[in-house]
Design a protein around this ligand. Structure first.
Ligand SMILES: Nc1ncnc2c1ncn2[C@@H]1O[C@H](COP(=O)(O)OP(=O)(O)O)[C@@H](O)[C@H]1O
Ligand SMILES: [Mg+2]
Length: 309
């Protein structure tokens, strides 16, 4: 069942606009919808004309919205990692954890993990109360990093699990040879090894996110009638293919905004295509959003959801 919707594309192509419009249209059609912004530079609230925070806020009948507080998720992720480290390596507390975590906060990977765990939270805690969750995504680079995180981290965790198994096996051998060895004080069995257990639970969480992205999400690419947004769409397509995440639709937004010629890349032409005209009067109200012509995409999302149920 595909019930999460993502809009991906270059900055400014209309991801927030189309996320808001689709969420509003689905809600007005009678579906219960949550629209969630994952963009560190939020403007979903501006688009919907409601002040938002990290928890769902009612926008209108059937529609709630939130803007994920990424700074909060980064701190939570670091705090959990710190606790975990303290728990498992209490003998090694001479290590200066504070300066280590001070650096980790700005390390590559931290922000995408924060996005990932925020999506997991929305998926497990909030999504069951809704028919659809529409995600308004950040610029391509961060989006591709969090989408690839489950697969990449999954490989790491699998390797670490093997390593841990080997350590436990070696410990068992040592204890067998010398039952009085200090090693006997530590765990030798997988079932009571905290590290092994933790690796297993991370693997399960990452696998669930991989399934969410590849099997339960509509992935829409948004482009404008210009070459740069098309190139970016091709990069997104290649990357998602590598991750075995299927693309659902291509949204050509701001059609008619300029006379410049452009060509839809052949690699994107097989996708169901939805076109939205450039609105010269601008988009100001929620009614403006709905009248952008979102119904065909809404009907497609509704019909696809039925067939994959
Ligand atoms: N079809 C459209 N017609 C007119 N203006 C549009 C249209 N789609 C988007 N816009 C405007 O373009 C700007 C960028 O859109 P936005 O949805 O914020 O892009 P993104 O989220 O991809 O960065 C906004 O000012 C928005 O109102
Ligand atoms: Mg946006």
């Amino acid at each position: 069942m595909r019930d999460s919707v993502f809009f991906l594309g270059k900055g400014g192509v209309g991801k927030t606009t189309l996320s808001s419009a689709l969420a509003l249209a689905l809600a007005r059609h009678g579906k219960r919808v949550l629209v969630a912004s994952l963009d560190p530079a939020h403007n979903l609230g501006d688009s919907l004309k409601v002040k938002l925070n990290g928890e769902p806020k009612n926008v209108e009948k059937n529609l709630d919205a939130l803007e994920v507080n990424l700074a909060w998720w980064v701190d939570k992720y670091l705090e959990e990692s710190r606790e975990q480290l303290k728990l498992n390596y209490s003998y090694n507390m001479t290590l200066n954890l504070d300066s280590f975590f001070g650096i980790l906060k700005y390390s590559p990977g931290t922000e995408e993990y924060a996005v990932l765990w925020a999506i997991e939270d929305i998926h497990s805690r909030l999504a069951p109360s809704y028919d659809f969750v529409v995600f308004d995504t950040p610029p391509t680079a961060l989006s591709l990093r969090f989408l690839s995180m489950p697969a990449i981290s999954g490989l790491w965790v699998a390797e670490l699990t093997k390593l841990r198994e080997r350590i436990l096996k070696d410990r068992q051998t040592i204890v067998r040879l010398d039952p009085d060895s200090p090693v006997a004080k530590g765990t030798v069995d997988k079932s009571d090894d905290k590290v092994y257990g933790k690796l297993g639970s991370i693997r399960t969480r990452l696998a669930a996110l991989e399934v969410l992205f590849s099997k339960h999400s509509f992935m829409n690419i948004v482009v404008n009638p210009d070459q740069l947004s098309m190139y970016e769409a091709l990069r997104i397509k290649d990357e998602l293919e590598r991750l075995s995440i299927p693309l659902s639709a291509l949204c050509l937004n701001k059609h008619g905004v300029s006379e410049a010629t452009y060509e839809l890349p052949a690699e994107l032409r097989h996708l169901p295509q939805f076109t939205y005209s450039f609105s010269r009067d601008g988009i100001f109200t929620r009614d403006d959003l709905v009248s952008i012509g979102i119904e065909p995409l809404m009907n497609y999302v509704l019909s696809e959801r039925k067939t994959t149920r």
